[in-house]
Design a protein around this ligand. Structure first.
Ligand code: PGA
Length: 248
């Protein structure tokens, strides 16, 4: 059995005070949730405060990115050493917004992945095709390339992949359960070529306009093992609604 992961990606939203207010409301809503791993990725500026507030809760803390060197003359960057230092245990790597707006290539993503692993951070590794790639029938080739380049020299232990079709992110256009299952199945097939049997243990999350309303049908897909949630994770009641999707 793969334990589901429901992760919030706050992107460039929330000041410290707003993050605190979110937790005041959110923690009581999910404190007794034992069946899923809950993770929140606030912006860097709120990480330290959040680390202290989450210490004795069932909620894990993630950074939204890192740089692959441990220290040095890299103005503006944050290293894995700094993230573990403040009590961060997860990091999101390869989000499509990083790839599109900040020029991250598969090679950079892989360097970041290896750096995170060196320091014991759990990685939520994002992949996904654009609308034009989907329309050109290239979805599975794109996913295969992103996986094989991105996880080069990475073991399958604790691997978490987030499939986020770019056309579904922040657009309100969720992939249908069939589209999600089809993509997740192809991802698991690629993983089983690379890793063999252990591919069955890899958790594959879906991301792209997940809401409390569509979480049940998406989570019911056999190869969907969780969700990476942007917009709908910004409000405590709506993110809690996703965490508490129907587990029957
Ligand atoms: P969304 O974002 O839920 O707002 O579509 C998801 C993501 O980018 O991780």
């Amino acid at each position: 059995m793969r334990r589901p992961v429901i992760a919030a990606n706050w992107k460039m939203n929330k000041k410290i005070e707003e993050a605190q207010a979110f937790l005041d409301e959110f923690i009581p809503l999910v404190w007794n949730e034992r069946e899923v791993d809950i993770v929140i990725a606030p912006p860097f500026t709120a990480l330290y405060t959040m680390a202290n507030l989450l210490r004795i809760t069932n909620i894990g803390l993630a950074a939204q990115d890192l740089f692959y060197e441990d220290k040095g003359a890299y103005t503006g960057e944050i290293s894995p050493v700094m993230l573990t230092d403040i009590g961060c245990s997860y990091v999101i790597i390869g989000h499509s917004e990083r790839r599109i707006y900040f020029g991250e290539t598969d090679e950079i993503v892989n360097k970041k992945f290896r750096a995170a692993r060196r320091h014991g951070l759990e990685v939520i590794f994002c992949i996904g095709e654009s609308l034009s790639e989907r329309e050109a029938g290239m979805t599975f080739d794109v996913l295969k390339r992103q996986i094989s380049e991105g996880i080069r020299d990475i073991s399958s232990d604790g691997l978490i992949i987030a499939y986020e079709p770019v056309w579904a992110i922040g657009t309100g256009k969720t992939a249908t359960p069939d589209q999600a299952q089809e993509a997740h199945e192809s991802i698991r097939k690629t993983l089983s070529h690379l890793y063999g049997e252990p591919a069955k243990g890899v958790r594959i999350l879906y991301g792209g306009s997940v809401t409390p309303e569509n979480a049940d049908v998406l989570m019911a897909c056999p190869d969907v093992d969780g969700a990476l949630v942007g917009g709908a994770s910004l409000k405590a009641d709506s993110f809690a609604g996703i965490v508490k999707y129907n587990k029957q």
